[in-house]
Design a protein around this ligand. Structure first.
Ligand code: ATP
Length: 304
């Protein structure tokens, strides 16, 4: 266990493994990154291919990069991903960064070492996902460097790169970088053998938005608290430009309006008048959409 900055976010919310609109990306990643790991070492050697050591997930904020990393680890029976944030490394790991980066890789190295000693095939080992969120804070191209943290940054980056170069023999590790600013990344990070699979995670299209809304409404629907007039297809059409995080926020906002309505129906004793419980209605979503619109955040400009 690595403390102070390494978070296992698997249980950070109740939706840890529900990713909407990213099936294509998941399939591509499983094929490109994992097929060469899931075969016996002997066959892999006969085929003469190495394994992919690094994956870069890039795209606008709140579109599911972190969720996707968790879902990957779940599908692959991997250990819970180790997730560290680039800025946190620079702020909090000063003086300790190298030791902490070393610790991130330790479980995988120990597993591998055990296989070497027992003669077991390391292809059967659980995968370790080591995820660097906002990796652009660490691995920026030289021209865009600023601030007084470049010493820590250089040593961490060099260490991550040398660890990745050393993963030739360690097939139970996948390093995952995540960023909203791929254009800022140092080319050295993206070359083959390092983060060679670059997967865009864009804003969801209408079908993706439908899936994401269904995920975020699932629990309330199962409890019978969503009016049948609320359809994901209609909402998906009205939410052009929304990210997954925006859609999750929209559902929260609509739910808050539904709760306010329900409170309004309670009598002075806090007893429900009649039998209606909380019900999230199409009107609550209209209220939520107006709220989004009037708050004028970044998503407003993206609305179609
Ligand atoms: P950032 O770049 O800002 O770190 P991110 O792309 O990693 O963002 P996540 O942290 O994965 O985005 O998503 C934030 C929240 O938004 C999730 O916990 C989830 O509630 C919701 N969300 C985002 N994308 C999706 C999706 N594709 N399916 C379901 N929920 C989503």
């Amino acid at each position: 266990v690595v403390g102070g900055g390494v978070e296992d976010l698997l249980t950070a919310d109740g939706l840890a493994c529900d990713v909407g609109g990213l099936d294509g990306q998941l399939e591509d990643i499983v094929r490109r990154v994992l097929s060469t790991r899931s075969i016996p070492t002997e066959l892999r050697q006969a085929l003469g291919v190495g394994h992919v050591r690094g994956l870069l997930l890039h795209g606008p904020p709140g579109c599911g990069k972190t969720l996707l990393a968790r879902e990957l680890s779940r599908r692959l029976g991997a250990r819970p991903p180790k997730l560290v944030s680039g800025p946190e490394i620079l702020d909090k790991w000063v003086g300790e960064a190298e030791r902490k980066v070393r610790l991130l890789f330790l479980d995988a190295e120990l597993d591998h070492e055990r296989c070497v000693q027992t003669g077991e095939d390391p292809a059967g080992l659980p995968l370790n996902l080591i995820c660097f969120d906002e990796i652009d804070a660490l691995c920026r191209s030289r021209g865009s460097l600023s601030g007084d943290t470049s010493g820590v940054r250089d040593s961490v980056v060099n260490q991550i790169l040398s660890k990745m170069d050393g993963l030739v023999n360690l097939q139970n590790v996948l390093v995952v970088g995540m960023t909203n600013r791929k254009e800022l990344l140092d080319e050295a990070l993206l070359r083959p053998g390092r983060m060679e699979v670059c997967m865009p995670i864009p804003l969801p299209d209408a079908a993706g938005r439908e899936q994401i809304l269904a995920i975020h409404l699932r629990k309330a629907r199962e409890a019978g608290l969503v009016s049948p007039e609320v359809t994901d297809a209609a909402l998906g059409k009205k939410t052009g430009g929304f990210s997954g995080a925006d859609l999750a926020g929209l559902v929260r906002s609509a739910t808050s309006f539904a709760i306010a309505d329900w409170r309004g129906r309670l009598d002075g004793n806090g007893e429900a008048n009649g039998e209606r419980a909380v019900e999230i209605t199409a009107e609550n979503f209209e209220q939520a959409l107006r709220e989004v619109d009037s708050s004028g955040g970044g998503r407003r400009g993206r609305l179609s």
